[in-house]
Every structure is written in structure tokens, then in C-alpha cells.
Design a protein around this ligand. Structure first.
Ligand code: HEC
Length: 113
């Protein structure tokens, strides 16, 4: 094992660490359920029904309600992307593909009624 090899190895590790620190975007294939839990459950509740104290305080919508489920995917994507009143937009923190995954998960929650 010579020194230059060791040095190259640690350079790779440092680059990896930097990529992580820079907040490398969540995996593009991030699944909707995990995204929902990390980004949306705080305000809409794990089940989407916005039945938690925090959800009520925020005035979050019940995502499993007929009103929400009647919206088209395009409408749900639009609200998630751009936000609505107190609902934050996710244009900057999620990719279009991730927003689609999350909306697909909202459909799953709607079916669980
Ligand atoms: C900071 C709290 C908060 C977070 C986090 C949040 N929401 Fe919301 N959301 C709201 C509030 C409040 C509303 C109601 C907005 C209104 O109509 O005034 C709302 C409304 C919505 C609606 C519209 C439903 C309807 O019936 O009008 C959708 C869709 C939605 N949120 C999806 C999401 C998704 C997907 C995420 C995660 C990526 C998310 N929300 C994260 C607070 C939040």
C-alpha cells in the first residue's frame, strides 16, 4: 500500500462527505411514502386526515377528504409545487418526479378510508 493510493482514497471520502453536506437532493427515486412522512406528515398527519393538533392549528386540509381526492393529479401537483396560503410550496426542495410520487401516495391514503 503506497501513500499516494491512501491519499487518493481519502480525497474520494472527502468529496463524498462534501456532497452529503451540500444537501445532495434526496434520491430521485425516493418513494412517495417516505417523502410524505418526512415532508408532509407534520402538517397533514401520517394518515393524511389532518387530525393532529398541529394540523388543526395550521388549518391543514384533510388530504383523504372527497374534496381533495376529487382534484386531478395536476391540481394536487400544482398545490404541492406552488403552495397555497399557509401550505409551503415544494418547488425548490422536491423534484417534479418526487412531487408526483408524493401525490401518488396521497391517492393511496385516500383509498385507505
Ligand atoms: C407547514 C404545514 C404544511 C406542510 C409541511 C404541508 N402542508 Fe399541505 N397544506 C397545509 C395547509 C395549511 C393547507 C390548506 C391550505 C388552504 O387551503 O388554505 C394545505 C393544503 C394542501 C393541499 C390542498 C388540499 C385541498 O383539499 O385543498 C394539498 C394537495 C397539500 N396540502 C399537499 C401537501 C403535500 C404533498 C405536502 C408535502 C410535500 C404538504 N402538503 C405539506 C399545510 C402544510
Amino acid at each position: 500500500m503506497n501513500h499516494s493510493l491512501l491519499r487518493r482514497g481519502s480525497a474520494v471520502l472527502i468529496m463524498l462527505a462534501l456532497a452529503l453536506l451540500a444537501g445532495a437532493p434526496v434520491r430521485a427515486d425516493g418513494d412517495g411514502a417516505a417523502l410524505y412522512k418526512s415532508k408532509c406528515a407534520v402538517c397533514h398527519g401520517a394518515d393524511g386526515k389532518a387530525a393532529t393538533l398541529a394540523a388543526k392549528a395550521m388549518g391543514s386540509s384533510d388530504l383523504t377528504s372527497p374534496a381533495a381526492q376529487k382534484m386531478t393529479d395536476a391540481q394536487l401537483i400544482e398545490i404541492t409545487t406552488k403552495g397555497k396560503n399557509k401550505m409551503p410550496g415544494y418547488e425548490k426542495s422536491l423534484s417534479a418526479a418526487q412531487i408526483k410520487e408524493v401525490v401518488a401516495y396521497i391517492r393511496e391514503l385516500g383509498k385507505k378510508k
